[in-house]
Design a protein around this ligand. Structure first.
Ligand code: UDP
Length: 381
């Protein structure tokens, strides 16, 4: 029987940050993952000299200098600034919503003209306290931008009408009356040169890592999960641990005892193209409802690649069901209420910690994942 201080379930950014910090403090850590690779959804894989973001575009951005410096221990970041464009039919607009977007939409030049246009479009709507994503979007940018750049995209991404989605989702995006196409307001931004996988690789140095290992298999079924302190790896090795960090789906951990939580999944159709530059930008969003994918990523542009060929991924959004990867929690009132029951149960555990997008059912960005993991570390040690 091999004994560990911690078993970390999930080799993604939360689990790896925790594992790194625990090892720094002399703790022994076993990390397992269901997938056959480390790094969770930030996993990148090199093909033809291009680092492919296998689970979708990941752009690191933060306003927290400590988190920025923390990440820079593990990789050098380039000066990539995310500036997606949106295609709607035969029209093309800059994102996020800014003076470039407005001037093209309305053939205007000044912030005052843009504000007047939006005010004119929303005056009859009388939205004083937006209750959902649709009201929030309309009250911020008016009907034209909502109809062309938000409505179709959001319904495709979330599979729900905009008036059934929480307002905070659209507040992730900056709205500016300057000619500035930076998708984020954060002070620090970039892509790790050489991809994300190396970061997690470095974080996990010194840990025992077992891939293609399901936690529930290891403990003899989901019913045993909450009380398990030992289990058997697929090669037959018996292991035990003092404490568990679980970064999988919290509802699955508790055998859906308070009902299932909803997640969105994403599927990618990736193609290698025998041309140097397919779309001229890393991210192009397709905002019309009748285009089946939400966006096309051209991976080389994250690192200013000059390879003779290119790799693109079309991103299709779908409801999560068992057997596919969960990506996004659907944080509407219904799911948040169900999650609260799991969170209350989780709070009563002495030897189990939950973390990450799936363990905490939270639409975390990468910097927030690292910050949350470091908070757990601060409480733990
Ligand atoms: N969004 C939109 N049109 C776009 C891009 C984003 O309406 O062209 C909305 C949509 O509701 C989306 C939200 O903004 O869910 C947040 O977008 P973000 O790019 O932050 O999503 P992520 O990259 O996390 O999938």
């Amino acid at each position: 029987m091999k004994k560990y201080d911690y078993l970390v379930v999930g080799a993604g950014l939360f689990g790896a940050t925790f594992a790194y910090e625990a090892m720094k403090r002399g703790k022994s850590v076993l990390v397992i993952d269901r997938r056959n690779h480390i790094a969770g959804n930030i996993y990148t894989k090199e093909e033809d000299g291009i680092n492919v973001h296998v689970y979708g575009a990941h752009i690191f951005h933060t306003s927290d200098k400590k988190i920025w410096e923390y990440m820079n221990q593990f990789a050098e970041f380039n000066n990539y600034i995310n500036s997606p464009v949106a295609v709607y039919g035969d029209e093309l607009y800059n994102l996020p919503f800014n003076m470039n977007t407005f001037s093209k939409m309305w053939n205007i030049k000044t912030p005052a003209e843009a504000k007047a246009k939006i005010a004119e479009q929303i005056k009859e709507l009388n939205i004083s306290d937006p209750q959902n994503l649709e009201e929030q979007a309309l009250s911020l940018v008016g009907t034209d931008v909502y109809e062309k750049l938000i409505k179709g995209y959001t319904q495709k991404q979330w599979g729900r009408p905009c008036n059934e989605l929480p307002a905070f989702i659209i507040k992730r995006l900056p709205l500016r009356f300057t000619y500035d196409n930076n998708y984020f307001n954060d002070r620090f931004q970039g892509i790790p040169m050489g991809g994300y996988t190396q970061i997690v690789e470095k974080m996990l140095q010194g840990a025992d890592v077992v891939l293609s290992q399901d936690f529930f298999d290891m403990v003899g079924g989901v019913k045993n999960a909450p009380s398990a302190a030992s289990g058997k790896l697929k090669d037959g090795t018996e292991v035990s641990w003092n404490k568990l960090l679980f970064t999988g789906q919290i509802d699955e951990f508790y055998d859906s005892s308070f009902g299932p939580l909803e997640y969105r999944s994403v599927r990618f159709e990736t193609e290698k193209l025998d041309e140097e530059n397919y779309q001229g930008n890393a991210v192009v969003n397709y905002t019309a409802a009748d285009v089946p994918y939400t966006r096309i990523i051209e991976h080389k542009h994250f690192e200013f690649g000059t390879q003779p060929t290119t790799i693109i991924s079309k991103e299709y959004s779908s409801e999560w069901k068992p057997g596919v990867e969960p990506y996004y929690p659907v944080n509407n009132d219904k799911n948040n209420a169900v999650y609260q029951k799991y969170a209350d149960r989780a709070a009563s555990e002495n030897n189990v910690i939950f973390g990450g997008r799936l363990g905490q059912y939270k639409y975390y960005d990468m910097d927030k994942v690292v910050a949350a993991a470091l908070e757990v570390v601060a409480e733990e040690f």
